[in-house]
Design a protein around this ligand. Structure first.
Ligand code: TRH
Length: 376
């Protein structure tokens, strides 16, 4: 097998999704496809957060570089991935054009379930001046798209974790939390600032059903603290009525997966946690990344349309109502009541959806195959 050199470029717009996806992709290309990968990121702090440590950023097969105007690569790799349309340095593009065989140039796009994605996936875009062609690569939920990131053995690792009490104890330890009480409904809450949050927390506190809610450190803490009237402190659980709130340490990506695998409902956001929660095979509530002119609601509806295919209309309406209430801010209390009443069905559905997605090719394998064909 030839060892292809890959350069992946990532600019961190905000939050962790851009680097989260690029870092996961880089690792998988190296570990499963024998690629020699350089990951160029313009902000190392976000990457370190996902890595869970300071210091050496590189792992087997992936060397992480801080990408800034004075430090961008001089020689072009065989395959060049521009994460989410980020602009490559002019000198680097010139180096790409100077190669005897042009590199495979891919623009990895954001995930969307919208129908048009299938038509745009793999479309070529010739450079206006240079002998180079960029290809648009769209992640997605159908075989006509680039698919989703899913490491080989991910679902087997998930199932093994679920029957490994020592691994579970290690997770709670690393999150800085006691294990949730066995009788509680376990919820993980990863979200942006959210107008529906206070009403939902109040409903959980008043509802009488034991709820444990783990809240990873981040933007939503402020809103939780405002509702509590008290600061969140790692390692210190707070109790309100039937709700236990557990502040959680921000952990590395593999451990965040384990948190998702441990919960009955996962509130997730953006792109990467949203996908990982689907691999957990458990019900999700998605806080989509807000965009101007409510473009995100169109994306949310497109996902829901796919997700509820084949589900009876009444259940589909309940799911839609819950996701819209969480994203728009109105009607969360009745929406939650209906959603939680149907939870056993959503659990079955989430596992079936996960299996349906897992039957399709994964994003890294598709990219590696595309590059191989082009480089022949
Ligand atoms: O951080 P995000 O809101 O990222 C967003 C989206 O990607 C959005 O589409 C994009 O436009 C915007 O960034 C710029 O949410 P996301 O995508 O879920 O990324 C979070 C990452 O953080 C994901 O890789 C999971 C990871 N994570 C951990 O590694 N440990 C943790 O403890 C937690 C809570 C998350």
């Amino acid at each position: 097998m030839s060892v292809w050199r890959w350069d992946i470029f990532c600019t961190v717009i905000d939050n962790y999704g851009d680097i989260g996806v690029c870092w996961r992709l880089a690792r998988q290309l190296a570990s499963e496809h024998g690629a020699d990968v350089r990951l160029w990121v313009d902000e190392l702090a976000s990457h370190r957060r996902l890595l869970g440590r300071d210091g050496d950023e590189s792992v087997a097969g992936v060397v992480v570089h801080h990408w800034h105007p004075d430090a961008s690569p001089d020689a072009s790799a065989d395959v060049v991935v521009a994460g989410f349309g980020c602009r490559l340095p002019e000198a680097y593009v010139a180096a790409m054009a100077a190669r005897s065989q042009p590199p495979v140039w891919i623009n990895l796009e954001y995930l969307s379930a919208e129908v048009w994605v299938e038509g745009c996936h793999l479309l070529p875009s010739p450079h206006p001046r240079l002998p180079l062609t960029e290809h648009f690569y769209y992640p997605g939920f159908t075989p006509k798209t680039g698919g989703l990131l899913r490491e080989a053995g991910l679902l087997a690792a998930r199932d093994a974790y679920r029957s490994d009490s020592a691994a579970q104890a290690a997770l709670w330890d690393s999150l800085g939390s006691a294990p949730p009480p066995p009788e509680a409904l376990r919820i993980s809450l990863f979200a942006y600032e959210n107008a529906a949050l206070a009403a939902l927390l109040q409903a959980w506190a008043d509802g009488g059903r034991e709820i444990w809610c783990g809240v990873p450190e981040g933007r939503v803490w402020k809103s939780v603290e405002a509702w509590l009237g008290a600061p969140l402190v790692l390692g210190r659980e707070l109790r309100r009525g039937s709700l236990t709130l557990a502040p959680l340490r921000f952990v590395d990506q593999p451990r965040y997966d384990q948190l998702l695998w441990s919960c009955d409902v996962n509130f997730v956001r953006g792109e990467d946690s949203f996908v990982r929660a689907q691999w957990a095979g458990r019900p999700i509530v998605w806080h989509i990344y807000p965009q101007d002119e409510a473009a995100h609601i169109v994306k949310l509806e497109a996902f829901l349309a796919r997700y509820v295919e084949g589900v009876p209309d009444a259940d589909a309406a309940v799911l839609r109502q819950m996701q819209l209430a969480w994203n728009v801010g109105d009607g969360i209390v009745p929406a939650w009541a209906d959603f939680v009443a149907a939870l056993p069905r959503w659990r079955e559905h989430a596992e079936a959806w996960c299996q349906q997605l897992a039957a399709q090719g994964d994003l890294a394998a598709g990219l590696a195959e595309f590059a191989k064909i082009k480089l022949k």
